[in-house]
Design a protein around this ligand. Structure first.
Ligand code: CA
Length: 687
């Protein structure tokens, strides 16, 4: 809630960068500058299919329809990357995760930030052309996972599409940022849905999914007509409770794989919270689905079953919303093995025959090569240690589970050792495929249930055809796993959480350049060329699922988490670095406790249900630490929580969910944890 205040408290150490800083200029000034006639957001199918002939553009999250996060540009290359320096920055004025990869077309950069803010910038200078903030009139969902992150926009035929955290889909005018249409994509706001993924344009529709499989969501994707926002179709990924009508015919088959006595009020899961990808070559759309809810199959579907279509890849016809094929990667999942990770669509020669394929390195740890036409698995090799399954039977596509993979009763008892952990062998951070080297660069995670807070993170160059690693670079720490870009300049680029932006030799993994930015980076970089200059850009801020507190070794912990878009070029200047944060001030003396044991208990329960996923109340957590509330904030507590007094700083109004008495109980509970922290501090001072 003090997002803006936190931003103001950090003043960058190096001022007057060689190019103007975006946030310092008003939009009015920059409109004048950007008034030269040019087109806005004019990406269409013809342009997308000829992306390689216009390598200066970056037209989708991963540049082209195949999403290889690979660029044919060569101005920055092996021989000169040592000269890479700072070109410009844009400050997003946010302190939550930045996960998107910008799109650049006709000199304009479009990208998104927390809760679905959108920034349209002059890609030469970083100056803003317009910004869009969905915070006003945000709806509150009772539970949301896992941070207010957003993984990008779609740009198509003059419109920019973005989903806000509360599940609304917006079509914005690419020239002005004006809202052309807006729809509510959630079927039930009392469930734990939120939208964090990027929308995808597929022929005549734009498709969006949502998150919530950690709570009580039932997964689905919705498709809306591009010009009107009218719902074209909706595809649910898991069946409804017995007796209710099947919304799509594919659910009849799915229902046979669930115990009728499943815990249907939990929704079943199978949410589509990341990559949805259109294949214009085959007019098909692909997406992966998340874990089942509950994680543990014994709790979810007591008699077992595959529980279709959780942990599955699904191909749909975007014109009808009907399924073309599915491939369940983890039948009856119980390890939180979402398979929503970004896919790369390409063509590979396998056993002498050219196949149109999907490449995916999903959470369960097997690197998959899948035939796009049929969904058949052509290859499946573990790219990280895997102990839940011995191998994937290529005849049936089914994993052969190890005998004791399910016997540990879903507890971290330290005895059973299941790999990968629920973090997965690879998560949302995009990987990159370089057709010159034939290698896929994966931000891989090696860790299991017993090593979930240790293990290794590795930038792994993976040969997909031979199924083995060619080189590995150990990351700075086990939680580092940022997205990757490769280029025809023979280079691989990756940022990291401790604040460096690095370039590696694509064939050997040798580190050729590192730039200290002072900001944590998790997103994938991208590159583009304007007026003969190649730029490399990346969004920088800490956060994301499970990470709404900063690790003490991260740049975010040491220097704050002000969001930035950073651009680099050859012979650029020194990169501005945020100063170290001052030490935390002592806990202030809290107000007197007026709550009763009953209200404290009620407040603790409400806090856990509604507040704790953002407010961790740890040192340097991303949402405000409520152990340190000022007297003014205490005085305005009801208005802040119920009426949305700090709505524009990210704290939505809760009046549809909580009563004034509920909020009073939450306040009583907060006063109690303030006194706890204060008393510990005072007793330590006495020692
Ligand atoms: Ca999950």
């Amino acid at each position: 809630m003090n997002r803006k205040a936190a931003t103001l408290s950090l003043i960058f150490a190096i001022v007057a960068p060689p190019f103007a800083c975006g946030a310092a200029k008003s939009l009015a000034q920059t409109r004048a500058r950007a008034s030269t006639p040019r087109s806005f957001g004019q990406i269409n199918l013809k342009r997308l299919m000829s992306a390689d002939r216009h390598p200066g553009e970056w037209l989708t999250s991963g540049r082209d329809f195949g999403r290889g996060y690979y660029s044919p540009l060569t101005q920055i290359n092996l021989s000169n990357v040592s000269r890479l320096g700072f070109a410009w920055e844009y400050k997003t004025r946010t302190v939550r995760a930045l996960e998107a990869t910008p799109i650049v077309v006709d000199g304009v950069m479009y990208t998104s930030g927390p809760v679905g803010e959108v920034y349209a910038l002059d890609a030469r200078t970083g100056l803003p052309i317009w910004t869009f903030d969905p915070h006003n009139n945000m709806e509150v969902n009772q539970h949301t996972c896992c941070d207010e992150d957003n993984r990008g926009v779609a740009v198509w035929e003059g419109k920019v599409y973005v989903a806000s955290y509360d599940g609304h889909l917006f079509a914005l005018d690419a020239r002005t940022g004006r809202v052309i249409w807006k729809v509510d994509t959630l079927v039930d706001h009392t469930k734990g849905y939120s939208s964090t993924g990027a929308p995808e344009v597929a022929h005549r529709v734009v498709i969006i999914g949502n998150a919530g499989g950690e709570f009580d969501a039932r997964g689905y994707v919705s498709a809306y007509y591009l010009n009107t926002g009218k719902l074209a179709w909706r595809f649910f990924t898991v069946p409804p409770a017995p007796g209710k009508p099947y919304e799509n015919p594919e659910l009849k088959k799915a229902a046979q794989t669930w115990d009728p006595k499943s815990d249907w009020k939990m929704g079943g899961g199978g949410t589509v919270w990341d990559a949805i990808q259109y294949d214009p070559e085959l007019n098909q759309v692909y997406f992966g689905t998340g874990n089942g809810t509950f994680f543990n199959r014994e709790q979810r579907s007591p008699s077992g079953g595959d529980n279709l279509y959780i942990s599955s890849l699904i191909a749909l016809n975007p014109d009808t919303g009907r399924m073309i094929w599915y491939y369940q990667e983890v039948p009856g999942d119980q390890w939180d093995y979402d398979v929503v990770q970004p896919m790369i669509l390409t063509s590979l020669k396998i056993d002498g025959a050219l196949h149109k394929v999907i490449l995916q390195a999903p959470k369960p740890g097997f690197f998959l090569i899948i035939d796009r036409k049929t969904g058949k698995v052509l290859s499946a090799n573990p790219f990280v240690p895997v102990t839940w399954a011995k191998y994937i039977d290529l005849k049936t596509g089914r994993p052969v589970e190890t005998p004791d993979a399910r016997s540990y009763k879903y507890s971290y008892n330290g005895k059973r050792y299941v790999e990968p952990s629920p973090m997965g062998g690879h998560n949302w951070n995009p990987m990159s495929y370089d057709p010159q080297t034939g290698l896929v660069y994966i931000p891989a995670i090696e860790n299991g249930q017993t090593t979930i807070f240790s293990g290794n993170s590795i930038l792994r160059a993976w040969d997909p055809l031979r199924g083995k690693a060619v080189w590995n670079v150990l990351q700075s720490d086990w939680w580092d796993r940022s997205g990757v870009l490769s280029t025809a300049g023979g280079l691989v680029f990756q940022g990291n959480g401790v604040g460096y932006f690095c370039a590696f030799n694509a064939r050997t993994g040798e580190k050729l350049k590192q730039i200290f930015t002072g900001s944590s980076i998790g997103a994938a970089p991208m590159t583009y060329e304007i007026d003969g200059v190649q730029y490399i850009a990346v969004m920088a801020a800490w956060g994301g699922g499970g990470w709404n507190f900063a690790h003490p070794a991260s740049a975010a912990y040491q220097r704050g988490n002000d969001g930035r878009i950073l651009a680099f070029r050859l012979d650029g200047g020194p990169t501005p670095v945020p100063p170290l944060l001052p030490p935390l001030p002592p806990f202030p003396k809290p107000p007197a406790q007026t709550g009763t044991p009953q209200t404290l208990q009620q407040g603790a329960r409400l806090f856990k249900d509604h507040c704790s996923s953002c407010h961790l109340n740890m040192d340097r957590s991303l949402a405000p630490d409520l152990r340190r509330l000022s007297p003014e904030t205490h005085a305005e507590f009801q208005r802040i929580v119920l009426d949305g007094l700090f709505q524009n700083a990210g704290m939505p109004p809760w009046k549809n969910v909580l009563s004034a008495q509920d909020v009073q109980a939450i306040h009583d509970y907060i006063v109690s944890i303030e006194w706890q922290a204060y008393n510990v501090q005072q007793s330590q001072q006495k020692k």
